[in-house]
Design a protein around this ligand. Sequence first.
Ligand code: SAM
Length: 290
Amino acid sequence: MNYRHAYHAGNFADVVKHVILARIIDYLKRKEQAFRVVDTHAGIGLYDLNSVEAGKTGEWMGGIGRLLAARRDGRISADAFDLLAPYFEAIAAVNEGETVTSYPGSPMLVRKLLRKQDRLSALELHPQDAAMLAKRFAGDFQVRVIELDGWLALGAHLPPKEKRGLVLVDPPFEVEGEFDRLVEGLAKAHKRFSGGTYALWYPVKDRRETERFARKLRETGIAKILQIELAIRAPSPEPRLDGTGMIVVNPPFTLESEMKILLPCLKDLLAEDNGANFSLRWIRSETDRS
Ligand code: SAM
């Protein structure tokens, strides 16, 4: 386990992933009934943008740095601005005043958006990271931090007793076979908790691989699979993180139209060259039975 998210926190992929996450949570809050978020690969929860690790890559400057600059300069359209409000709200909640020096990882972002009836289970396998995360949420009865293989949560921890909620699966993709594990994990989890919303993150590096992933997802027969991708540059000759993808199963009915507003805005803000693009498509829609 060599992957350390501190080098990448707040980069373009985090921005897109966390904006989607915040939109899903915002929707779940429309009903009074409690929900649970299960975050299978949680990380350490909070990242210092002035840390040595963040400084080494400077990735956050091409991600959250650009969004904050656009917000300051009034370059975000009013409709996108409204949809970004919960995301910005979570960032504000971990910073004092206007200056942003801390960036919330997925469990912290979720936590900042929960109501008092809602719960979070955050799993992290790296012992040091799990300990940091546990310390971060010590005494918080709404959050359970578990040092465990997140893939196991897709079996044992579902369905949640709230019977409503979101499962975020955000693996580091440092070993072979993560795309297949995502498909198998989803199939297993969906059998136990078919009404849940699932958000599966994946890197866009190799088109053949992402197409194969989409085919495999379709073959599960699971309905309502929405695919969201954003590439910040034209495909690189060598494998490189050119884009970010999210599969959302059972998305809120509002998500597709929201992403039609957000994706063009995020593309313009995050683009590194004029090969930047986005796509939004149903791998399987509600009515598609083929
Ligand atoms: N979800 C986080 C966020 O958005 O802020 C980032 C997570 S990072 C991409 C992946 C994390 O998964 C790392 O912290 C890594 O230590 C952890 N990890 C790797 N393998 C794991 C496993 N099998 N189960 C749980 N966590 C794992």
